[in-house]
Every structure is written in C-alpha cells, then in structure tokens.
Design a binder for this molecule. Sequence first.
Ligand code: SF4
Length: 350
Amino acid sequence: MQIGIPRALSYYNFFPFYYGFFSDLGIEIVISDKTTKQTMTVGSSLVVPETCLPVKVYVGHILNLLDKGIDKIFVPSLQSISPKIYNCSKIRGLPDLIRNVIKRDFTIIEATLDKSEKNHGLYDFLTEMVKPFGITDIEKIKKASKNAWKVYNNFHIMTRSGVSYTKALKSAIENKVIIAENTNAYPINIALIAHGYNLYDERVSMKIFDKLEKLEVRVFTAEQLTTEQMHEGLNAIHSKLYWANEYEITGAAAHYIQDKNIDGIITINAFGCGPDSLMLERISRFASKSEKPILHLSIDEQTGEAGFVTRLEAFVDMLYRKKRSTIINKLNIQNRKSKYTDIKCKDLIQ
Ligand code: SF4
C-alpha cells in the first residue's frame, strides 16, 4: 500500500500527523521532491493566472508524484478545522480543482474535514483517508490516530523550544524529541509571519531563514508560540476568527508586535491571496499604532531573488540604524555623529 503526498499546502502544517497516521497502518508514504522552478512552471501552466502561487506549486507537486509512477495521491479537502472557522475556497475545493486541471489517470484519495458540520468529526475524516486501501476497522483507525497525535505533538514541542522546522520534522518522524540548546544572540530580532507553505518551502521563500542569518538576524515564527500566546495576540488586536490561519498569522503577528525584544515584523504573502490581504491590513494598522516596523513581501512565480534580497537588506539595515539611534539617545551622547560609528553590532544585543 502506497500513498503520494504533495510537498505543498497542508504538508507544511500537518505532515507529522499524516505520517504518524498512515505509517501506523502500514501505508508507505511517498513525498514529492522539493519545489524547483520547474515545479512552479508546470503547475502554473495548468491553472488560470489569477491562482495564488501556493496552489500552482501544489499542482506542480501532483505532477511530480505522477511522474514518479504514484497512482494514489492524497488531496484533502480541509473545509473547516474548528467550528465556523473556514479555510479559503481554494483549499476547501482542492480535490475538485485537481480533478479539473490534471487530466491523467490516477486516484485522488479525497477526504473532507469539516468541523463546522455537526455530524462530521475527525474520525470521519480519517476513515475516508484509508477507505480506498480497504481499511475500515475503527479500532485500528483510532490506534493510528493516537500515533498521529503523538508525532504531531512531538513536532510542536520541538519547534516551540526553538528547534528549526526541518530538524523538528526529521526528529519527529524518527520518533525522537530534541530540545533547542541555547541559541546565539543576534543584534536584531525579527518575527516572520506567513503560512507554513510560504515560509518553509525554500524555493517559495527564497531561503529567507539563511538570508536573515547571514545578516545576523534572529528569526521568530508562530511555531515558537503557544496557542494561548497567539490567542492573547488576537484579543489585543480585537480580531475575531474568520480564517483557519488567524492564529498563526494575525495572532502571532499581534503577539510579536507587542514583544519589546522584537525589532521588526516581516510578512510573506502570495499575490492575490484574499484571506491574507484582510489579515495583513489589520496587522499593519496594529503595527503602526505600536510603531513597530513592518515589511510586507508579496510573492508570485515571477518574483526575482535580487529584488527580494534588496528589500530584505534595506529593512534590516533600517532596523540596525533605528536600534543604534535608540541606544545613542539613551546614552545621551552629545556628539552623535562621531559616536554613531562606535556603536558596534555586539552593543545592540540585549
Ligand atoms: S490562503 Fe491564500 S495563499 Fe493560501 S491557498 Fe488560499 S488563496 Fe492561496
């Protein structure tokens, strides 16, 4: 028994759960290769241009799995993950979208998760996921679900402690839990706010973590926060929950905007994304009230790396200058101009 999982969209939120579940039932998982320019090009060629980049990338990953000879591919329809909180229409209608744009012979393992429907719970979703493999024993499904939660929770214990996304995913799959050791202090701390698929797909985010590390910036993400911290963020911004990712986007951003150790916020969003445009508007207003610098990076398949890096460097440079001038003001230095250059990077570390 073999199932293909595209390395895109919900993979970046729920792969530890999918892995724990399918592997407990003896189903072998084949993941598509990492995103390349080719993945984006072939994915984009099959959908209308207005489609957001993450969905184009998803289509490219399905084609990659088909080229590997995988004939059963998991394409969930994640309607609602808690009552009255919905995903965007593209994620909800993903199986239909894939069926209509990829005219090749394969089985879509389709399962619907809709927590807003009274009679539709997690077990209905899980049962649908394995029905095409002839697995119907509810006790086996419950046992696999326990394993899925274990892998998923271990993954989150690690990311919350500061372990990187990639290391935490690898360790969770190997059934290990590692905790982050003391990480280096950097002069500048930035919170990166984006959907997992825009952040952890290295081709889509253009290796933003590496780029910021080179600029001596320490990065914080929603994965390091607890649900309570993100909830408090939502309360502070007076935001109601409309979209499935409000916690990770609006809640995390509002939390970090209020955090005095965070020097600035960077958001990454896909061009044309409806939910993000609404969430980012509220985040921007909240950031401007708190005078927290914020940079919005919008991406599509045409985004060039040079322009991306230039904006990133300019923003970080501005944060360095802002921090230096704050220190100078604090020290009440009279001859600012000559002392300015004496403030070294290490002096900015708090
Ligand atoms: S939330 Fe936005 S980026 Fe994500 S799939 Fe929907 S439209 Fe695309």
